[in-house]
Write a protein that binds this ligand. Structure first.
Ligand SMILES: [Zn+2]
Length: 192
């Protein structure tokens, strides 16, 4: 997994004692620093690695999206998302298969303009259930906690544990989540 340097800086800022944010966000940022960013399974992708003109174009598109009603205007808004998409585009042009993990619907839409598929956290949890890593009950608890800090758009957020469950165990024996994982697993791709 890779995280854009700009996002790491944002997490650092949110984890700091002077951050003007609520305690839940600060706790989540501090946890992300030690449990994800500081580990060997997470690479920090430098802002030097993307094309600055692509970044500007992406940032312009993100700024043009309608803002969510619960989202206050912010001078640093979209910088982390723009850097992340610019890095995805750069890595894709190098021949890597990229999946952009993002909970923001607008950012996933802009990423799609560059041919970059996106997954939100609920979809990642569903994949982990299909892969046998979590029960749906545990996964939904984790999702609900994370969703209260970084929200998935309401129209796509799973409402209960059942909504995350693998459909292969149901009557139809067809699971769109399993089917969407299969070709990527075959190509040896990591979630990134
Ligand atoms: Zn499944």
């Amino acid at each position: 997994m890779r995280v854009a340097e700009s996002v790491v800086i944002e997490i650092d800022r949110n984890a700091g004692p002077g951050a003007a944010i609520d305690g839940r966000v600060r706790t989540a940022a501090a946890l992300a620093k030690t449990a994800i960013i500081g580990t060997s399974s997470c690479l920090i992708d430098s802002d030097d690695n993307y094309d600055s003109r692509t970044f500007d174009e992406i940032h312009f598109k993100l700024k043009g999206l309608p803002r969510r009603s619960d989202e206050p205007p912010h001078p640093l808004a979209h910088l982390g998302e723009a850097a992340s998409i610019a890095l995805c585009a750069a890595r894709k042009s190098q021949g890597e298969t990229i999946i952009f993990l993002v909970n923001d619907g607008g950012a996933s839409l802009v990423a799609s303009h560059y041919g970059i598929p996106a997954r939100h956290f609920g979809q990642v949890m569903a994949e982990l259930i299909c892969g046998g890593k979590f029960t749906s009950g545990d996964a939904f608890d984790i999702f609900a906690m994370a969703n209260s800090v970084s929200g998935v758009p309401q129209d796509v957020a799973p409402l209960d544990a059942e909504a995350l469950e693998c459909q292969k165990s149901g009557e139809s024996q067809v699971c769109t989540m399993c089917d969407s994982i299969a070709p990527m697993t075959a190509a040896g791709v990591e979630q990134g």
